[in-house]
Ligand binder design. Structure first.
Ligand code: PHB
Length: 391
């Protein structure tokens, strides 16, 4: 026997996108259930992105949640380096909302506390065998198993926030989706280390390859090192990591520190469209991926759920489905705008370095692009707007 329930909105996936959307809906008194295949502790422990851009901060302010969910210092300055020579880039903005270094882990933990512990929101962990029924002309439902018990949740709207390999997008017939991908041809070694950023976050091109250092809380940082697409973790013992960091930053004074977590991330872009099929809506990584270079992955997910949250409130509370019907058409132009920015950052920072990558011509052009950020007020303003998410 199955347990059968009804709820207006089912959200699949309790990452940043799913939890943010559920919290928004809760704020607007729209009932929803969140289904998550992992347990709460493993969600709380996941390390990912580290910047909420100015637009994301403003969105949380507008939903009245910024004080409760966001923490971490303002991110206003970047140190762009070429072969060890750094220049500070100050993000310009005429708005009071500024980008923040708020790790995804901190945001997720705050969302879980706010949604579940403070508001009594309905997040169901450790669910398996999730299946989606989304047939033409029929009421959709989501079925799953928890503790050996089968459940059926009949609903009006399903939101897929279950990332790239989740069941939501997989439930859409392949001929109803177009997938566009781009491989950059190299990867990043992402190393979480027990050492803070000394002054400002660093994005560094060098003849020996790209390296970045981004804060992760007051005591730690994440280094990203360009590496070959076929590299494995065994190719990167700690000694090599620290040697390459010193080499690429041209700084022999950097001391080895503990490497707490290591991952290899291939740099790629993906967009699936449209981002909706009948009563199923895709948000965040379930719909699109960007290389991490521009720090836009989490921020694009936040934009999707902002638009979806408003559209679902209109549909469920006011019985106006117009914004839901045009959700994909509304967000896709912005998805492509930030795909372009992420590709610009990725090409520029890698081409400006290792000349064996794409040659000396691309190296000099990329360095000229970086120079323009310091010599052209118009280029600096546009770059600031992209970094802040307001372009
Ligand atoms: C990150 O937080 O992972 C991050 C931040 C800024 C970047 C790249 C990555 O430019």
């Amino acid at each position: 026997m199955s347990v059968i329930e009804e709820v207006p909105v089912v959200i699949i996936g309790a990452g940043v996108a799913g939890l943010t959307l559920a919290t928004f809906l809760h704020t607007a008194n729209v009932p929803c259930v969140v289904l998550e295949r992992r347990n709460r502790a493993s969600i709380e422990a996941r390390q990912r992105a580290g910047v909420v851009d100015a637009r994301g901060v403003k969105m949380f302010e507008q939903w009245g949640l910024a004080d409760r969910l966001l923490a971490g210092p303002v991110a206003q300055t970047l140190d762009y380096r070429v072969n060890g020579v750094g220049r500070l880039f100050e993000i310009e903005s005429d708005d009071s909302s500024k980008s923040r270094f708020c790790t995804q882990q901190m945001l997720v933990n705050n969302l879980l506390r706010e949604l579940i512990d403070v508001r009594g929101g309905d997040v169901r962990f450790d669910v398996t065998d999730v299946t989606i029924s989304n047939e033409d002309g029929q009421r959709p439902d989501v079925r799953y198993v928890q503790d050996g018990q089968k459940h059926v949740v009949a609903c009006d709207h399903i939101v897929g926030c279950d990332a790239d390999r989740g069941v939501s997008r997989a439930s859409i017939p392949p001929d109803a989706l177009t997938t566009i991908t781009h491989e950059f041809g190299y990867a990043w070694l992402a190393a979480l280390v027990e050492a803070p950023v000394v002054a400002h976050p660093i994005m560094a091109a060098s003849d020996n390859g790209f390296v970045a250092q981004i804060p992760r809380g007051p005591q730690r940082s994440r280094y990203y090192l360009q590496c070959a697409i076929g590299d494995g973790l065994r190719d990167w013992p700690d000694e090599r990591i620290w040697h390459e960091i010193r080499l690429r930053l041209r700084d022999d004074t950097i001391a080895n520190a503990a490497v707490l977590d290591l991952e290899i991330v291939p740099l790629r872009s993906v967009v699936h469209s449209p981002m909706q099929f009948r009563n199923l809506y895709l948000a965040g990584d379930a719909a699109h991926l960007v290389p991490p270079t521009g720090a836009k992955g989490m921020n694009m997910a936040l934009y999707d759920v902002d638009m979806l949250g408003l559209a679902l409130v209109s549909a469920v509370r006011d019985h106006d489905e117009a914004a839901l019907a045009t959700y994909s058409a509304t967000v896709l132009p912005r998805v492509w705008k930030y795909q372009e920015f992420s590709a610009w950052m990725t090409d520029t920072m890698h081409d400006a370095g290792d000349p064996t990558l794409h040659g000396l011509y691309r190296q000099m052009v990329a360095r000229a692009r970086l120079d323009a950020l310091y010599s052209s007020p118009a280029a600096a303003r546009l770059h600031s707007a992209f970094l802040g998410g307001t372009a």
